[in-house]
Design a protein around this ligand. Structure first.
Ligand SMILES: C[S@@+](CC[C@H](N)C(=O)[O-])C[C@H]1O[C@@H](n2cnc3c(N)ncnc32)[C@H](O)[C@@H]1O
Length: 263
């Protein structure tokens, strides 16, 4: 799926719910629970590295990024090189989140935006995250969440269309993280906030409300496929499948921050 979307995604650079607003908001959430050290950061599912470059410019972090998709890692490397001031502080590697190519206790922070629902074996994945975090380090991530309000067939269809293995809930993430030895698991439900913060209407059709805009997109679906070279249309089509669910609370978007204390 990410290979097919590459031409469109490479125009928008960051591909998670809420985009830069969400990145900044997730940093703030982590800071409210006392997270202050951002020196060595691992970004799992880093995509084009927009957040990695944000960390180097905002906090002077050294960032390692992993992503399973080679095209995105290559584009990330190219973008890093074009930003000379931050580029050499970022190392990206093609790798799977369940098998991280780093020594134990390498990072202060493991960060991820909207990637974990792609990862099948969460137990193994969180054990890997624990291994590479130093004692006292934090896992900070966002993800799409199930609210239990979609019919199982609808949820399966949604997951299939996004290549997601399965959607977790706030509760199931808490259980998985506690089982992996994380403490102080904090959760924020931000689905509605992200939709409100990201007015699609403003982006593409300044004069329409969000629901009018969604109606307009549905009506014009057929002709839109011809216009995918226009980035706002491409991105709109991608969002069209997700944002209405968030607005109706049929799905949620969540922030999670958890600390690891190794005895
Ligand atoms: C929704 S995109 C988010 C990309 C990036 N975090 C951003 O916000 O722009 C999810 C990313 O996770 C990557 N991914 C999917 N499964 C993965 C896995 N098992 N290990 C590492 N990365 C994975 C995809 O290739 C994709 O780049």
């Amino acid at each position: 799926m990410y290979n097919q979307l590459f031409p469109y995604l490479s125009q928008v650079r960051s591909f998670h719910v809420g985009e830069e607003y969400a990145t900044r908001r997730l940093v703030l959430a982590a800071q409210t629970v006392g997270m202050t050290i951002w020196e060595n950061v691992l970004d799992i599912g880093c995509g084009f590295g927009t957040s990695a470059r944000f960390f180097t410019s905002e906090f002077g972090s050294a960032v390692a990024g992993v992503d399973i998709n080679r095209l995105q890692v290559c584009e990330c490397q190219r973008l890093n090189e074009s930003e000379a001031l931050v580029g050499d502080q970022i190392q990206v590697t093609v790798s799977n989140g369940v098998d991280l190519p780093y020594a134990q206790e390498s990072f202060d922070v493991v960060w991820s935006e909207d990637c974990f629902s792609h990862i099948p074996d969460k137990g193994r994945h969180f054990a890997e995250v624990r291994r590479v975090l130093r004692n006292g380090g934090y896992l900070v991530f966002s993800d799409l969440l199930t609210t239990g309000r979609l019919a199982p067939t609808e949820e399966r269809e949604f997951c299939a269309s996004w290549c997601l293995v399965q959607l977790e809930s706030a509760e199931s993430y808490r259980e998985l993280l506690e089982a992996a030895g994380f403490h102080e698991v904090k959760f924020w439900s931000v689905g509605r906030e992200m939709v409100q913060a990201h007015s699609l209407a403003d982006m593409a059709r300044g004069d329409l409300s969000y629901s009018e805009y969604v109606q307009w997109l549905h009506k014009n679906r057929q002709c839109l496929s011809r216009q995918w070279s226009d980035q706002s249309f491409a991105v709109s089509l991608i969002r069209l499948k997700m944002y209405p669910f968030l607005e109706e609370r049929a799905l949620d978007h969540g922030f999670v921050v958890a600390q690891i204390l190794k005895s």
